[in-house]
Design a protein around this ligand. Structure first.
Ligand code: DSN
Length: 425
């Protein structure tokens, strides 16, 4: 059969877009070449419903080895006793956690989407807000998680589960305090660490595992793996909430979660993606990933400092992790306008609601800026000053096409020093 040039030309076009731009979407990254290569391989042809050693199909002996290797490496990274590497995405991982521990209409407490939370933490537009009874906590006017509000709501509403985790929050979490709050009302603590997981993996942020009963993540953000999800338990436990499996049996939490992934919410696992997860987990176990994580934090802090020096208003005043949230109202700009104009200069980031935003989620007053991807490309602290200056130049000239075009050219030549997949030609 002839090569499908149409599709491959588009893929090459996307490679050029990625090479020529400054990628600041906080949830994106560039995998290693071997992670990508593992994804484009023959396990994609294999059906393997079930788990290693307990499959519903024959011929699974090799994918069993692949999946077991991925599980073992992941357990080692986070010092866990159990892990499931099958979720197709972070949203699928979270759906499985809900399915495992919550009955429809039961109540849970999560961070409000408009305050930095995630769709799967109870947005009315998402399964989590439609099937379950979602209540929310937020942040203080300084932009820090409002633990007092979390505690007051937990005591008043008695949720079955408290979710901690965010998609637009630049500070570390006090997991110990969250567990203490949960213990007062008998709630399960579920941490979604999709954003900071790569930093937690190397001990660069607080460790949620000792305090949270269940932890989920994506694999493609700071973990720098293929797109996908994972669920983990540091210590498996008999669930004290009396949660039963579909046959009415009391089960260990690990079994409830395994059943909720398959057959509860997914069919055949993507073993080619699991192979790529295993490769990326091997990379995370290497000491070089600690250097990478530390550089992410240094870069984020350098970038935050540059923005502050240019008069930008950072929510909470700075960052502990890989991202920052900027309120653009003092610059008379919306998030939408900023995102669209920066896109024209090949600087990619996303508009984002800021806490107590007066604009709709389609417009927003802010932008979210993250550094995992540019750090992978080799940028250091001094490059962050350049990045902030280029962004500032565009944002101060949103109606001036010739300035925007000249920044686009500057971006292209600046990015030439940070090679991306040179092996791909
Ligand atoms: N879309 C992801 C993010 O950008 O944070 C969350 O799912």
């Amino acid at each position: 059969m002839q090569k499908d040039n149409l599709v491959f030309e588009l893929i090459n076009k996307e490679l050029e877009r990625q090479r020529n731009g400054i990628e600041l979407i906080a949830s994106e990254n560039f995998t290693s070449l071997q992670v990508m290569q593992a994804m484009g391989t023959v396990p994609t042809n294999k059906y393997a419903e079930g788990y290693p050693g307990k499959r519903y199909y024959g011929g699974c002996e090799v994918v069993d080895e692949i999946e077991s290797l991925a599980i073992d490496r992941l357990k080692k990274i986070f010092n866990c006793s159990w892990a499931n590497v099958q979720p197709h995405s972070g949203a699928s991982a979270n759906a499985a956690v809900f399915l495992a521990v919550m009955k429809p209409h039961e109540k849970f407490l999560g961070l409000d989407l408009s305050m930095g939370g995630h769709l799967t933490h109870g947005s009315p537009a998402n399964f989590s807000g439609k099937i379950y009874n979602a209540i929310h906590y937020g942040v203080t006017k300084e932009g820090i998680i409002d633990y007092d509000q979390m505690e007051a709501k937990a005591k008043a509403e008695k949720p079955k589960m408290i979710i901690c985790g965010a998609s637009a929050y630049s500070r570390d979490w006090d997991y110990k305090r969250i567990r203490a709050i949960a213990d007062k009302v008998g709630a399960i603590v579920f941490a979604d660490i999709a954003h900071p997981a790569g930093l937690i993996a190397k001990g660069l942020l607080n460790d949620p595992f000792d305090h949270c009963h269940i932890v989920s993540s994506t694999t493609h953000k700071t973990l720098r793996g293929p797109r996908g999800g994972i669920i983990m338990l540091r210590n498996d436990f008999e669930n004290p909430w009396g949660i039963k499996d579909p046959k009415g049996n009391l089960r260990m939490m690990s079994s409830l979660l395994d059943l909720a992934v398959f057959p509860g919410s997914q069919g055949g696992p993507l073993e080619h993606v699991i192979a790529a997860k295993a490769v990326s987990f091997g990379e995370i176990l290497d000491d070089s990933f600690t250097t990478y994580g530390k550089q992410i934090i240094s870069n984020a802090q350098a970038l935050a400092k540059s923005f502050v020096s240019k008069g930008y208003n950072l929510i909470s005043g700075g960052t502990d992790n890989h991202l920052m949230l900027i309120d653009l109202r003092n610059k008379n700009l919306t998030g939408k306008k900023a995102q669209e104009t920066l896109d024209k200069a090949h600087i990619t980031l996303n508009k984002n609601a800021v806490p107590f935003d007066d604009k709709s989620p389609f417009v927003t007053s802010g932008i979210r800026v993250g550094v995992p991807a540019v750090t992978t490309r080799g940028m250091k602290e001094n490059d962050m000053e350049t990045v902030a200056s280029l962004i500032d130049k565009v944002l101060m000239h949103t109606e001036n096409d010739s300035v925007i075009l000249s920044v686009k050219e500057e971006v292209k030549s600046f990015m030439k020093q940070f090679s991306l997949y040179p092996e791909l030609g």
